[in-house]
Design a protein around this ligand. Structure first.
Ligand SMILES: NC(=O)c1ccc[n+]([C@@H]2O[C@H](COP(=O)([O-])OP(=O)(O)OC[C@H]3O[C@@H](n4cnc5c(N)ncnc54)[C@H](OP(=O)(O)O)[C@@H]3O)[C@@H](O)[C@H]2O)c1
Length: 323
């Protein structure tokens, strides 16, 4: 089969499409014939050698795909050859075929084009699992950083669908306008004093939950923005891994700081998350309560251009590789 091969750690030019062995499904796995693969920021890190896959997982990049079931392994009764499917992966998606545990596969949401469906499961699973982890309750106030990114644009709409007040940050007036279109109640330029502006916009109260992608750089500002009983979930480290935490700021708020990674969760947990997404999020996409925030498509052979585009910072929504 054809797959994207990483020849070294480095920039987009270390990627090339080559012939490799087609994998075979083991017990409990399915083989998916890939129609399209979602490109995620984590793939850029892995390409540079900073985010190796979990042990035993394919070295090929790619955390999510759409396609059709090509073959099923022993013990799989939930899928038949030819079924359309989307899959949450720990790796291996930038290829014509990928093997995945059957529980990490679900049907695409009704009414969504199969190629577009490739870019939904990673962000949906990330947002839903982390909002569950933070115990987000309907009607609470959420701050999500990077409101026009893949995760951010989805999180805004998911929280709005749950009746939450949503604050978000973005880096330009044009992107702030996109955030408001997506439903954000409070849209803040992250180049400015967003902590003070958020405080004012929430009448000094702060927010109940923060979904953070910046890590160390925003640790202090995020904790300062939490309401009493607030929960900060760190899922991205774009602003570094080591920060200083003022425990008194945490203590006086009865607040919680936590961090999670979807990729490193055990298969059973991923299967539970995928089932929850299919049950609770796919209907919101099918009835257009959640509208995926646009996408830019590249052919598999143009994988370098796809990475350059995502890395440029000009992207809004998802980047999809059409296989
Ligand atoms: N832990 C997990 O399980 C997990 C799962 C999925 C994703 N993630 C992580 O989540 C992050 C977002 O993923 P994604 O797919 O949404 O990436 P993406 O589409 O590339 O979005 C990146 C976002 O970062 C924002 N950003 C950059 N600098 C910022 C700053 N100083 N303050 C606030 N926002 C800033 C960008 O905003 P502008 O465009 O406005 O500059 C953009 O919205 C990545 O770090 C990814 O690795 C983690």
């Amino acid at each position: 089969m054809r797959a994207v091969v990483r020849t070294a750690d480095g920039g987009p030019d270390v990627l090339r499409v080559d012939e490799v062995d087609t994998p075979s499904p083991g017990d409990g796995d399915v083989l998916v014939r890939v129609a399209a693969a979602g490109v995620n920021r984590a793939d850029l890190l892995q390409r540079r050698g900073h985010y190796p896959p979990p042990k035993g997982v394919s070295e090929t990049l790619g955390l999510e795909v759409s396609g059709h079931i090509e073959a099923v392994g022993a013990g799989v009764t939930t899928w038949s050859v030819g079924d359309p499917a989307v899959a949450l992966l720990a790796g291996g998606g930038y290829a014509e075929y990928v093997v995945v545990p059957a529980g990490q596969v679900t049907s695409p949401p009704e009414g969504v084009d199969l190629l577009s469906a490739a870019g939904l499961i990673e962000v949906a699973a990330t947002v839903v699992s982390n909002m569950d982890h933070a115990g987000l309750r309907d009607g609470e106030t959420l701050l999500v950083h990077g409101g026009t990114g893949g995760v951010g644009s989805f999180a805004i709409q998911y929280a709005k669908a749950r009746g939450c007040t949503v604050a978000t940050t973005a880096g330009s007036d044009a992107k702030l306008a996109v955030c408001r279109d997506l439903g954000a109640d409070i849209a803040l330029d992250y180049h400015g004093d967003w902590v003070a502006e958020l405080k004012e916009a929430t009448d000094g109260r702060g927010v109940d939950v923060i979904l953070d992608i910046m890590g160390a750089k925003y640790l202090g500002p995020n904790v300062a923005s939490l309401a009493r009983g607030g929960r900060l979930v760190v899922i991205g480290l774009q602003g570094g891994v080591k920060g200083e935490l003022n425990l008194n700021a945490l203590l006086t708020r009865n607040a919680t700081v936590t961090a999670t990674s979807l990729r490193f969760r055990p298969t059973e947990q991923k299967a539970e998350i995928v089932a929850r997404v299919a049950e609770s999020v796919w209907p919101l996409i099918s009835d257009q309560t959640i509208r995926p925030a646009g996408e830019t498509r590249f052919a598999l052979d143009d994988v370098r251009a796809a990475h350059e585009h995502l890395e440029s910072g000009d992207n809004v929504g998802k980047v999809i590789l059409v296989v």
